[in-house]
Design a protein around this ligand. Structure first.
Ligand code: CMC
Length: 435
């Protein structure tokens, strides 16, 4: 059995009042609002749950993604990630995350057709991208252009019309590779390449990234497959920082483009989707295998973290990292071995034996090897978080849709414990800047 279903009661005695309470336990959780009844007096606000960074708070009921961090299990809609990675395409997985089932052939045909035919963006978006400096980070460009898309689709505000919602979902999944590739081509000063509807999702993205003077771009099938699998592995990860951001912004009934821009901004941070970029920078800084022990010592003294290691949820291994290692081998068979791989493997070996990493339950996460594959395929490091964002878009949208349709949800609005000054007053006659 996956999730705890044992219901019961939590008996609480409040030592301040000696009063007893019974708080219901449902699905292994107590409803935090029930704590409000625990008061010291009638005008007391009631007990709050204090949980910085939501480390022990379930913010929703979700049927999308299941993770067992102790056992290294990740499932989308019940299907193990290992099976989806070998048996499905990214677009099938996107459909699964959003609508709960793998698509039947007719549904898949329509889904693929719709996504393929929404890959173009308005020409003004291209001009908007032209306004960025030549050295603008592509993730900054992606965040901004996603937000800008909301101004092109005012119909996206019709959140509770299922057809409208589906259209925006299709548009967002379809346009992500286009925005990403346009941002890249702008950064390198190359003319934009428009989508090629003959190509599949990942292959078309490669076309927009790398097509030069050839009449028809032919994606390398090994790279195309690797990219598709990497997108699948990144497609959802339940209530992580960016998915929670998507839900929180969505809870105010902002349109999905604005919510997706906010989710991408959350992903940009080096502790989240920015980590794969940091892993590559770290491997380059280490430079060679001999420098690893000294580097590890500095991590252990707390000078900095070993990027690509550790996870809030996985405490034994990250199942995505295992699949990525296999994909890396397939890519290296085509390209030859990336020299950074030797540093990564040695770093992993030492870290997995070292008492600090073992006792802190720190294992390679999804970002540890993905960056090396991306680099080998020719993506610059700045594009790594952008690649993560392309893969994560269906997950964000599934979380957003589920949140919108959940009658238990309302606008997200946490409480705080105020620790500032008590009431005080502005001194009469105090000199002000208007004097
Ligand atoms: N290197 C060295 N020490 C670490 C690391 C690391 N990568 N991660 C955690 N620790 C230590 C940390 O110093 C702390 O030690 P102590 O208890 O002695 O003070 C302990 O482990 C717990 O750390 P934490 O920050 O409380 O753990 P968390 O669950 O809040 O953080 C994390 C999870 C992913 C932010 C963190 O492990 C980290 O910063 N890792 C490096 C960045 C990274 O690879 N991020 C990608 C995450 S996977 C992709 C994604 O979902 O975005």
């Amino acid at each position: 059995m996956d999730a705890p279903t044992n219901d019961g009661f939590l008996k609480i005695t409040d030592s301040r009042t000696d009063r007893e309470y019974q708080i219901p336990i449902r699905d292994g959780a107590v409803p935090a609002l029930q704590l409000r009844q625990i008061k010291t007096s009638d005008d007391d606000f009631g007990l709050l749950a204090y949980d910085p960074a939501f480390q022990n708070t379930a913010s929703c009921r979700s049927a999308i993604t299941y993770i067992d961090g102790e056992r290294g299990i990740l499932r989308y809609r019940g299907y193990p990630i290992e099976e989806l990675a070998v048996g499905s395409t990214f677009l099938e997985v996107a459909y699964l995350l959003l609508y709960g089932e793998l698509p039947e052939p007719a549904e898949l045909t329509r889904w693929t057709h719709d996504i393929t035919h929404h890959t173009f963006v308005h020409e003004n978006i291209r001009k908007f991208i032209d306004g960025f400096r030549y050295d603008a980070h592509p993730m900054g460009m992606l965040v901004s252009t996603l937000a800008a898309l909301s101004t092109f689709y005012p119909d996206a505000k019709e959140l509770f019309d299922e057809e409208q919602r589906r259209t925006q979902i299709v548009r967002l999944i379809a346009k992500m590779p286009t925005l990403a590739a346009f941002a890249y081509r702008h950064a390198v000063g190359h003319p934009t390449v428009y989508p090629d509807n003959d190509l599949a999702y990942a292959g078309n993205f490669m076309n927009m990234m790398w097509k030069a003077t050839e009449l028809k771009y032919q994606p390398n099938p090994v790279f195309e497959h690797a990219l598709d699998v990497l997108f699948i592995l990144h497609a959802d990860h339940e209530q992580n920082c960016s998915a929670s951001t998507m839900r929180v912004v969505g809870s105010s009934h902002a349109d999905p483009y604005s919510a997706a821009a906010a989710a991408s901004a959350a992903l940009y941070g080096p502790l989240h989707g920015g980590a794969n970029e940091q892993v590559l920078r770290m491997l380059n800084t280490i430079g060679s295998v001999e420098n690893i022990p000294a580097y590890i010592e500095r991590v252990k003294t707390g000078e900095f973290r070993l990027m690509g290691f550790g996870h809030r949820v996985y405490k034994n291994f990250d199942p995505r990292a295992k699949i990525i290692k296999k994909i890396a081998d397939e890519v290296f068979e085509v390209t030859g071995r990336n020299p950074l791989l030797d540093i990564a493997l040695e770093l992993e070996r030492i870290a997995l034996e070292d008492e600090y990493f073992v006792s802190h339950k720190l294992y390679p996460n999804v970002d540890f090897y993905s960056g090396i594959i991306y680099q080998t395929m020719g993506f610059p490091v700045e594009m790594f978080p952008v690649l993560f964002a392309i893969g994560r878009m269906p997950g964000w949208l599934a979380q957003w849709r589920e949140g919108l349709l959940d009658s238990e949800q309302a606008i997200a609005r946490p409480r705080q414990l105020y620790v500032g000054e008590p009431e005080r007053h502005v001194e009469v006659g105090r000199a002000s800047s208007f004097d």
